[in-house]
Design a protein around this ligand. Structure first.
Ligand code: KG4
Ligand code: ZN
Length: 365
């Protein structure tokens, strides 16, 4: 199908309610005509994590408002769209259900086709939205809920090389911030503290580097940090300013080392495919971290691989990526109907073994 497509995307799988309109004419760069995100950080602030029931209710309240705003900003009525794309999983089931029901209502009312999208495919296809990346490219998803390496071979074809067996890196940053009395979300607070810290003062573990493959683990790192914190508190009667900065810097260095070394291994497997333009792209909130980004850039430079980091608003949860994945899926001939169901788990690569564990931000695929 070679005509211009304009698709509305809906996202509600975690703690961001989002709607966006994306247009694409083959041969041209896609255009994000509007992108609205209503976050829920303050609703969950007292609970130390996302509360699924609160999230689902907030999505139900905000979805139609976000849709209205997205259409107004794009200056388009529903009748001028080609389809409605919605995250149908994986994620917190109440939120995913809220999005799927809203999309079904819009589809039934307008007669527009419905396209169910995998949230992870949304992240993984973003480099094609922002940089027109060509298949195959290597993708590293690193956020509060995701951590995996994927080779994107086609709009619906992904090979998973490995991922976390426990916490996602963002989750580890958030827990670290909590242990050190820093503000949430933990990533930016820990990164800010780390700027004045010594990354080599505490030799925190680099989990799973001694094992082959691309699987990762971050929960032991947090436990090691807790032990160092308790030792310092016992010794000095509290955590001194420099101790806290050094703990943050040492923790950040450990995460960066693990992600860099595992990226090196993932790249070796990916480069075996002899891609024309070797590319490693990142997505997820943790990709905002300058130390981690620099470490990944260094690894890419070693093998002449292009490093792509989409703008942060398109790296974190958003609906433009869902609209874009919807466009790719629609062009491939995919359509859903009223039988579309919300899925808490939906691995992108059905051939890879499923991972154990579930994080604070929902089930990991
Ligand atoms: O992609 P995202 O907005 O949401 C999902 O988790 O789906 O990612 C949020 C996560 C949080 O855990 C946050 O602490 C982390 O990304 N994060 C960072 C930084 N900024 C956000 N982690 C490390 N360094 C940062 N600068
Ligand atoms: Zn996400």
């Amino acid at each position: 199908m070679t005509r211009t497509l304009t698709i509305l995307g809906l996202e509600s799988s975690c703690d961001d309610t989002a709607a966006a309109v994306v247009r694409h004419t083959p041969g041209r760069a896609p255009e994000v005509l509007s992108a609205v995100v209503a976050g829920q950080t303050e609703l969950h602030a007292d609970f130390g994590g996302v509360v699924p029931e609160i999230a689902a209710r907030a999505h139900t309240e905000k979805l139609d408002l976000c849709v209205e705003q997205a259409l107004t900003q794009a200056n388009l009525p529903l009748s001028e769209l080609d389809a409605i794309a919605v995250t149908a999983g994986p994620g917190l089931i109440g939120g995913v259900l809220a999005g799927v029901m809203c999309a079904k209502g819009l589809s039934a009312g307008s007669g527009l086709p419905l396209v169910g999208v995998n949230h992870l495919a949304g992240h993984a296809l973003t480099p094609r939205l922002t940089d027109q990346a060509t298949f195959p490219y290597l993708m590293l998803l690193v956020s509060g809920g995701h951590c995996q390496f994927l080779i994107a071979k086609g709009p619906e074809k992904f090979t998973r090389l490995g991922g976390t067996i426990d916490d996602a890196p963002g989750e580890a940053f958030d827990k670290t911030a909590k242990l050190l009395g820093l503000a949430q979300p933990g990533g930016p607070s820990v990164e800010a503290e780390a700027r004045t810290g010594n990354p080599t003062r505490f030799r925190l573990p680099r989990p799973l580097l001694d094992r082959p493959g691309c699987d990762m683990s971050f929960s032991g790192l947090k436990t090691a940090l807790l032990r160092e914190r308790d030792r310092l508190v016992a010794q000095y009667g509290g955590l001194r300013v420099q101790d806290r900065a050094d703990l943050c810097a040492s923790f950040q260095a450990a995460v960066a080392d693990v992600l860099a070394e595992k990226s090196r291994r993932a790249l070796t497997q990916y480069l075996d495919l002899a891609p024309v333009t070797p590319t490693l792209a990142v997505a997820g909130g943790v990709a905002a971290n300058q130390t981690i980004r620099a470490a990944l850039e260094t690894v890419c430079a070693e093998s002449g691989t292009q490093f792509l980091a989409p703008p942060l608003a398109l790296c974190t949860d958003n609906a433009a990526m869902i609209a874009w994945a919807g466009i790719e899926r629609f062009r491939a001939g995919h359509r859903d109907d009223m039988s579309l169901s919300a899925r808490p788990r939906w691995p992108l690569d059905l051939t890879s073994p499923s991972m154990l564990g579930s994080g604070k931000k929902g089930a990991k695929a």
